[in-house]
Design a protein around this ligand. Structure first.
Ligand code: XMP
Length: 512
């Protein structure tokens, strides 16, 4: 599976993962490594190519991340991007200077299409620039292959040594022909074959899991989210009934979700595995009674999950393997030596301590999220599970402001269902995440001839590419209006609907 590899050396740029994803979109397996990984290590990995990322530093600053000159003597093609391109110039004795003004944004670049990197690219093409320093003189043996009116070296190369560099970012969407350039690097320069395909990943992973697990017993906490679903199906295909999946219905799932998960993974579903559904709704509602503070709710829900799971694990007894749905972005180490921020998966984070197991299996640890979805499709998992939006471990517990009660859960479930149904009917695509939340506000209304004093539902929808920042989506007014009418007519206890316009920051995506 790993016979063809390109590595990305991370110099602190914000697009390091994106570069790796783009290379994988070219069907070549790609990993991100810290910039100071040893040459020995690189030789062992035997990559077909190396990409240097951008970074916020200036090559002249003392603390700037650098690599050794010997990396250029390995005979492995290198592509430097932004800071990476300046670093190539700096180390090989070209010149880098500080520009009086930064060049930022979409910029038309003139391209020399005789370069292997720019085959089939237009002679004038829009690229994404984001730099202050620039290469003012190329190192010996290099030639300039692209420029802009203010950037004399927008790209350079030394084809004999297989060294290429772009000041702009081919990996970002705003660089119109960026994918062509990366594909040229992968295929024309690194001479890759393109063997990284989801079908072969799925097939080889199932085989590896089968060999590794042998006749061992495997336990998986199934949430119904994309990651745990795909992990469970991979294991089911590998070891069948040796796998037990425990699905805790905490009563804070979306409408019908518990039954949907059971329909796929339960005895009536297509997979061979042991499925245990724990209906723990009452337990959770009891624990949550009277609790209003959001962090306190999160804590209770997380701890209760561990207790429920622990009880089930005790019934099952010791197992050999515990499945974790870790994915590649959780694994990547930052190039600047800081440990990566790992999102605390509230629902599975504390499991290892409460289960008697020998080893952890993480069948998705090489995959990006979109690749996990593709693996799911490859495995034949229903599309509604595969394309599911992120759903927080604490579920609707953090989409209800104030105290959580069974009645409030029902209200938010119904409203959310209507909202999702209307969005689907309207055929709106490209929304990042959307859901209904129940505010803790009651206000006066009039329905028929009656006065009402009921709750307000807040609708939320955001566009986001990384979930770190987000903006409210522009949902057509008539769709919002339809949702409002239906929610007020169909959801008992609600007499007002609002749309949340807050971006992140300063807001968060969830409404808790
Ligand atoms: P916020 O609200 O922090 O959410 O802007 C960012 C993204 O993370 C999801 N989220 C969670 N996911 N467990 C999860 O697995 C959690 O406890 C949790 N809290 C928030 C949220 O849905 C959004 O996609």
């Amino acid at each position: 599976m790993k016979e063809e590899l390109i590595i990305v050396l991370d110099f602190g740029g914000q697009y390091n993962q994106l570069i790796a994803r783009r290379v994988r979109e070219c069907n070549v397996y790609c990993e991100v490594h810290p910039y100071n990984i040893s040459l020995e290590n690189i030789k062992e990995m035997n990559p077909k190519g190396i990409i240097f990322t951008g970074g916020p530093n200036s090559v002249y600053a003392e603390e700037s991340p650098r690599c050794s000159k010997e990396i250029f003597e390995l005979g492995i093609p290198i592509l430097g991007i932004c800071y990476g391109s300046q670093l190539i110039s700096y180390i090989l004795r070209g010149e880098v200077s500080a520009a009086p003004v930064s060049e930022y944004g979409k910029t038309e670049v003139e391209i020399d299409t005789s370069s292997d990197l720019f085959g089939n690219v237009s002679t004038k093409t829009v690229c994404w620039m984001s730099h202050t320093d620039y290469i003012s003189k190329v190192p010996e043996g290099f030639r300039i292959t692209a420029h802009t009116p203010v950037c004399p070296v927008a790209a350079m190369e030394n084809p004999e040594k297989q060294l290429y560099a772009t000041q702009f970012h081919p990996e970002v969407m705003h660089t119109q022909e960026g994918m062509k350039m990366l594909s040229n690097f992968v295929y024309q320069v690194c001479k890759c074959q393109g063997t990284w395909k989801m079908a072969s990943f799925v097939e080889s992973t199932i085989k590896e899991l089968r060999e590794r697990i042998g006749s061992g017993k495997v336990l998986c906490a199934l949430s119904g989210g994309v990651d745990s679903s795909v992990a469970a199906v991979l294991l089911s295909k590998a070891v069948g009934k040796q796998l037990t999946c425990v699905f805790v219905d905490h009563g804070l799932l979306r409408k019908n979700e518990g039954d949907e998960v059971e329909a796929v993974f339960g005895p009536e579903g297509p997979y061979e595995l042991n499925f245990i559904r724990v209906n723990a709704q009452e337990r959770y509602y009891k624990k949550l009674a009277g609790v209003t503070e959001p962090e306190a709710k999160r804590k209770i829900i997380g701890e209760e999950f561990i207790r429920v799971f622990e009880e089930e694990a005790k019934k099952i007894g010791a197992v050999d393997y515990l499945v974790q749905g870790t994915i590649y972005p959780d694994v990547i180490e930052s190039g600047l030596g800081k440990s990566a921020v790992i999102k605390s998966h509230h629902n599975v984070g504390g499991l290892p301590e409460c289960v008697d197991f020998k080893e952890i299996v993480e069948p998705l640890r090489l995959l990006f999220k979109d690749e996990v979805r593709n693996a799911g499709r490859e495995l034949g998992i229903p599309e509604y599970l595969v394309s599911r939006q992120p759903f927080p471990g604490p579920g609707l517990g953090i989409r209800i402001i104030g105290e959580v009660t069974a009645e409030k859960v029902k209200m938010v479930q119904e409203a959310d269902y209507i909202y999702r149904e209307e969005i689907a009917k309207a055929g709106i695509e490209g929304l990042g995440q959307y859901f209904a939340a129940l505010t803790n506000m009651r206000s006066v209304g009039v329905m028929g001839d009656e006065r009402t004093y009921d709750y307000a539902i807040a609708l939320r929808a955001v566009n986001t590419s990384d979930f770190m920042t987000a903006e409210a989506s522009e949902i057509p007014f008539e769709v919002l209006n339809r949702v409002m009418t239906r929610v007020i007519n169909e959801v008992k206890g609600v007499n007002r609907v609002m749309y949340d316009l807050t971006s992140k920051p300063p807001g968060t995506i969830e409404f808790e």
